[in-house]
Design a protein around this ligand. Structure first.
Ligand code: PEP
Ligand code: MN
Length: 359
């Protein structure tokens, strides 16, 4: 199925301007929410976020104020000319958020991993009778399962929501050696964008990086890839935040970051770009010719091995070849992971073709 969507147009925000959502991880008190909304508005942001039901990984942490905080968010947003956004994970959350007049709902990463929960939210959205005017954003599930993410988007779409978007917040990693709290695995949102170009995608560098100093570099990458906007956790006193304090920044820091970022949404092409693309096409053709020549030699070798009762896979030759080529490629400025993947795929195809000679 395809998504036939309306653009996520808010006052002063259209497809040419980035869609930025900012505000605290959690609503903690009326005063904190008011101050954050004022700061976010000063930073030029139009959509104010705050979580009221916090899906914490382990019990015993601050789990949010719950329903009473919805009023603070709605009031703070109205007082500062902002749209309001909060996370929903159950039908009861949807009912309460809609009743409080929250403008944007998002589904968190732990919820989008669970089709029953997403369906429960979708059913409540349909029952509200406001699906047609509501904006809903679906975060990627915690695990890098693109179909699960798409499935969650489809459940919300099928409930009648046409102002729909995805939020990329990275994927759980095992072990703590990674730079990121949640791995970016950019190829996943890139593939989502390839399949559904009309679906707006925003990036959440706060949950991805898990650290303040990673927000700007991640946001820069996201805009470089072509994301439509950002969700950034913002708190007036990040060190005192009741949740996710390491990754929250002040509204002043947010303003500075947003001023430095450049949105890459120009789709006009020029003659010089066309020329560079032609050169890329030529290089790709050369690559395919070389690849096909290489496979022809592999088949010749395959026939020799077959005639001389040799096994197709010769590990020592493979290891030696891999080691030399990887070094050579790295010296030529090609990333090691990339060349290993490419060589492994080429080798796999050679093996497949050599084996097929024996059938
Ligand atoms: C959040 O946005 O506060 C949140 C809980 O995010 P995620 O679902 O990405 O973990
Ligand atoms: Mn958070």
């Amino acid at each position: 199925m395809n998504f036939d969507l309306h653009p996520l147009e808010f006052a002063g925000i259209d497809r040419t301007a980035p869609l930025v959502i900012a505000g605290p991880c959690s609503a903690e008190s009326r005063v904190q929410v008011m101050a954050a909304a004022e700061g976010v508005a000063d930073a030029g942001v139009k959509i104010f976020r705050a979580g009221v039901w916090k899906p914490r990984t382990r019990p015993g942490c601050f789990e949010g104020i719950g329903e009473p905080a919805l009023e603070w968010i709605a009031e703070a947003a109205t007082a500062n000319g902002l749209y309001s956004a909060t996370e929903v994970a159950t039908s009861a959350h949807v009912d309460a958020a809609v009743a409080a007049g929250i403008n944007v709902l998002w589904i968190g990463a732990r919820t989008s991993a669970n089709p029953f929960a997403v369906q429960d939210v979708a059913d409540a959205i349909r029952r509200s009778g406001q699906a047609g005017t509501m904006t809903v954003l679906v975060k990627n599930p915690v695990n890098p399962d693109l179909d699960l993410w798409i499935g969650a988007l489809q459940r919300i779409y099928n409930a009648g929501v046409r102002r729909l978007g995805g939020i990329h917040r990275g994927f759980t990693n095992y072990g703590d050696r990674s730079l990121y709290r949640n791995e970016p695995l950019w190829r996943v949102p890139i593939e989502l964008h390839r399949r559904y170009p009309a679906l707006p995608l925003i990036c959440d560098p706060s949950h991805m990086g898990g650290r303040r100093n990673l927000i700007e570099p991640i946001a820069t990458q996201a805009y470089g890839i072509g994301f439509d906007g950002l969700m950034i956790e913002t708190h007036c006193q990040p060190d005192c935040a009741l949740s996710d304090k390491e990754q929250q920044i002040t509204p002043e820091e947010l303003k500075e970051i947003l001023e430095r970022l450049v949105i890459n949404k120009c789709s006009q092409t020029s003659e010089s770009l066309d020329d560079m693309r032609r050169r890329i096409d030529e290089a790709d053709e050369e690559l395919m010719e070389v690849l096909s020549r290489r496979l022809a030699i592999a088949r010749e070798i395959g026939r020799y091995k077959c005639d001389h009762a040799m096994a197709v896979v010769q590990p020592s030759r493979y290891n030696d070849l891999m080691q030399r080529r990887v070094q050579q490629a790295v010296d030529m400025g090609i990333g090691e992971e990339c060349i290993r993947t490419v060589l492994a795929a080429i080798h796999e195809e050679s093996v497949r073709q050599q084996l097929s000679l024996r059938c």
